[in-house]
Design a protein around this ligand. Structure first.
Ligand SMILES: [Zn+2]
Length: 403
């Protein structure tokens, strides 16, 4: 017996694919059809969560029966939107073939128009469009990711490291001509986006950062001031991260010309508060089920929410498959340094935390829009007005659902 997992967007042709292949000796589990059949006629206007969890239980029941040999069809077909890790795990021990439907959005919508089993065209158009938007967004999101971290600066020994430094400098330098420091670029702890780099990602990023440059927040410093990374290593801190695992950090040693220590002076003066690193990661996946992670929750069938616990395990986005590392930059407080500025920044981040808290009443799709606005708040350090607007917009989304 072979189990065929057929995945793809709604109306991408999964059902037709199966109908063309299957015989009288086969059985088929069709998630969309089942959810529709379990609820009120007219499609997804039913309480999705009830029919959804019942449909998943039925799927598990079928898989159990196949495993025990209580039923033995020639082929079993499982039609689903995405083959999640949970599904793959539950099929272990069985012979499985995966089939992915590669239909475009236009093809799916054209098929929807002709589909008599889906009378609720409007609702399905929304579901299909959301499916493709989500996939697009995730592809784009992986282009370049920016992560912020509180500044942790250490010393580095120019005398000892000068040979290494000269591998990266255009002209040979003496220890007296350089200023060296070390800085933590990222770690394996849970960050503000409820994401973290897994240990393998830190290992993979270390060589990618070699030779990359560090700059001051570009708005703050117009002059060419660059530090260059000549060493980058994963360091075991001996401490534990929030998950109780050994806390590992990616520490870079960088040099700059001793005559241009503007970065260092700014750090000493307390103007620089954070370091931001640009990386490109191949995947961000759910720590519970392994499905793709969206802004606020995973795209697996169980839609795990970031920051929530499932059977005692915290749901976070795991950043994997490091593709590239870009420059790092020191981020100054977002205005001329002075009294009051830091304080109002804190109150804005307090507001952000406030919006992020207790989002239960906001539906997952709208929560994504909300988190997206909050993400913008963090990215555009230069423009306070823009950030305030984003937070206000995020607040608006939340308040809409909290009446
Ligand atoms: Zn998940």
């Amino acid at each position: 017996m072979i189990v065929h997992v057929v995945e793809g967007a709604p109306c991408s042709g999964k059902t037709s694919f199966v109908e063309n292949k299957m015989t009288q000796q086969d059985i088929v589990y069709d998630y969309d059809k089942l959810v529709t059949a379990l609820g009120k006629r007219g499609g997804h206007t039913v309480d999705k969560h009830i029919s959804h969890s019942v449909a998943l239980k039925i799927r598990q029941q079928i898989i159990d029966m196949l495993k025990r040999g209580w039923v033995s069809p020639d082929n079993a077909y499982i039609i689903t939107r995405s083959a999640t890790k949970a599904l793959k795990d539950s099929l272990e021990g069985l012979t499985v073939e995966y089939h992915k439907m590669e239909a475009t959005l236009e093809e799916c919508l054209a098929r929807l128009a002709l589909d008599n089993d889906r009378p609720d065209k409007e609702a399905w158009t929304e579901i299909i469009t959301a499916y493709f938007e989500e996939n697009d967004k995730e592809d784009k999101k992986m282009d370049k990711l920016e992560k912020f971290k509180s500044l942790s600066i250490g010393k580095a020994d120019a005398e000892k490291d000068i040979d290494l430094i000269n591998k990266y400098s255009v002209e040979p330098l003496t220890p007296e001509e350089v200023y060296c420091f070390s800085v933590v670029l990222c770690d394996n702890d849970i960050d503000r986006d409820t994401e973290r780099f897994v240990d393998e990602s830190l290992d993979a990023l270390a060589p990618l950062f070699l030779g990359k440059t560090g700059i001051c927040d570009h708005r703050w410093n117009a002059r060419e001031q660059k530090a260059r990374i000549y060493r980058c290593e994963v360091e075991d801190t001996g401490k534990k991260n929030k998950l109780g695992e050994p806390l590992k950090v990616l520490r870079a040693c960088a040099y700059m010309l001793a005559s241009q220590t503007e970065i260092v002076d700014a750090i000493k003066a307390g103007i620089m508060k954070e370091v931001s690193v640009g990386v490109s990661m191949g995947a961000c996946t759910c720590s519970i089920c392994g499905a793709k992670m969206g802004w606020s929750g995973c795209r697996g069938e169980e839609e795990h929410e970031k920051g929530k616990k499932y059977d005692g395990k915290l749901c976070i986005g795991e950043l994997k498959d490091a593709k590239d590392a870009y420059e790092f930059s020191f981020v100054a407080v977002p205005a001329q340094p002075g009294a009051g500025v830091t304080k109002s920044l804190e109150s804005l981040s307090e507001q952000v935390e406030d919006v992020k808290a207790n989002l239960d009443s906001v539906p997952l799709e709208s929560r994504d829009a909300l988190m997206l606005e909050l993400q913008k708040y963090k990215e555009s350090d230069e423009d306070r007005k823009k950030r305030e607007k984003s937070v206000a917009k995020a607040k608006e989304i939340k308040e809409k659902y909290q009446k």
